[in-house]
Ligand binder design. Structure first.
Ligand code: SF4
Length: 386
């Protein structure tokens, strides 16, 4: 083994973290963070950080041996950093006139599973829907994930890894990204923000903020904290689903803690840019929230919010549905009522229902009971986030 500077240098090069010597997960690092860590941990090997970062985010691999450095340096890099992408489990596809919908199950290092979905959005555009938590504690009654409860938060690198698996292992081509898979993104605030920094890092995945949407159930503290971040072009959408407190509290337990007036105030205050339009997601539940009166209540809720775009999502029954899917006529009628109220509306075409990849259908209730039986998964895998 040779290294510039002789044996003492070799010792320095190999002098890796003492307190916690698990490798640091590269998928959770911006280029600036990687440079800083590489300089701190690998005084003679830091020069590789650009090449390593390009390998990770442009090719989805980490093979320092192929980067022309000495064996000592590459060994040091391998001891200090790692790229452990989740294993892809089941991948299911559904094809219809609008394109291909695909759902993939990803198994994390500790055995926990999350799901991500590729959705066609017309004109060859695809959106990747990713998870921020394993399960979710919000307990929305219409949602399959809500039935799992929260198993654990995802680390930033595990969130970013979903994009790497989608792009480099599954060959999924996507233009937009939504945090609308498993979990309430703002309930895992720190890790989601870290992931956003990596995803938007100009020298990494370099996704434009305007192509990313964070979706929240109405986590007011999270919305307020997000307003303090420098994501001026990021999109935000809120799952409304009912615009009167009695019904919303019944459908979404979060409303018992944070009633609509409080949520509305937080949304009024959330104006990251002048032309910001809030996404208002409304899952249409026949017999529960699909009356003329409900359309009027949505308009009242949205009135002080300046610009909004209502996304109407027909309910997708899961394994224990609270109602049926709306008919085409019911969905169209509700869209008309919203338009009569002066609201801009986009009707989400139902995609992926047959493969349980549609909104509200992600979740693996069986996994939860399995994990309970075999003790809960560790919150961090073999590598760690820095
Ligand atoms: S809808 Fe979203 S916030 Fe509600 S339980 Fe499902 S994953 Fe959680």
């Amino acid at each position: 083994l040779t290294a510039p500077g002789g044996r003492s240098s070799i010792r320095r090069v190999l002098a890796l973290p003492v307190a916690d010597d698990r490798p640091i997960a590269l998928a959770g690092l911006t280029r600036a963070a990687l440079k800083e860590l590489a300089e701190a941990r690998l005084p003679r090997g830091a020069g590789l950080h650009r090449k390593v970062q390009r390998q990770v985010f442009e090719e989805g691999r980490f093979e320092p041996e192929s980067l022309g450095a000495s064996e000592v340096v590459t060994t040091a890099w391998r001891r200090a950093f790692s790229l452990e992408l989740p294993a892809t489990g089941v991948v299911i596809n559904e094809t219809d006139a609008t394109g291909d919908t695909a759902k993939a199950t990803l198994r994390l290092a500790d055995g926990a599973e999350v799901e991500m979905v590729l959705l066609p959005m017309g004109r060859d555009r695809r959106t990747l829907c990713i998870s921020s938590q394993v399960g979710c504690k919000m307990g929305c009654t219409f949602c399959e994930t809500g039935r799992m409860g929260l198993i654990r938060h995802l680390r930033a690198d595990e969130i970013v890894s979903q994009l790497l698996v989608a792009r480099f292992q599954l060959g999924w081509d996507f233009r937009n990204l939504v945090f609308m898979g498993m979990g309430e993104a703002l309930d895992n605030f720190e890790q989601v923000i870290r992931a956003l920094h990596v995803i938007t890092d100009a020298s990494g995945l370099s996704m434009a903020q305007e192509r990313i949407t964070v979706c929240t159930v109405g986590n007011v503290e999270g919305i307020n904290r997000l307003a303090e971040q420098r994501f001026k072009r990021l999109n935000l959408s809120v799952s409304l689903n009912a615009a009167n407190d009695a019904l919303r509290s019944e459908l979404m337990p979060v409303n018992r803690r944070t009633p609509l007036a409080e949520l509305q105030q937080a949304l009024i205050a959330y104006r990251p840019r002048r032309n910001f339009a809030l996404g208002v997601n409304y899952c249409l539940l026949p017999g529960l929230n699909d009356q003329r009166e409900h359309a009027r209540q949505i308009a009242e809720f949205c009135a002080p919010l300046e610009r909004v775009m209502v996304n109407l999502i027909p309910f997708n029954p899961g394994t224990a549905p609270i109602t049926r899917a709306p008919t085409e006529e019911e969905a169209e009628r509700f869209v008309e009522w919203l338009r009569e109220e002066g609201l801009p509306v986009r009707r989400r075409v139902t995609k992926g229902r047959s493969v349980m990849a549609a909104c509200g259908q992600l979740g693996n209730v069986e996994l939860r009971s399995q994990l309970r039986k075999s003790s809960a998964p560790r919150p961090a895998g073999p590598s760690r986030s820095e």
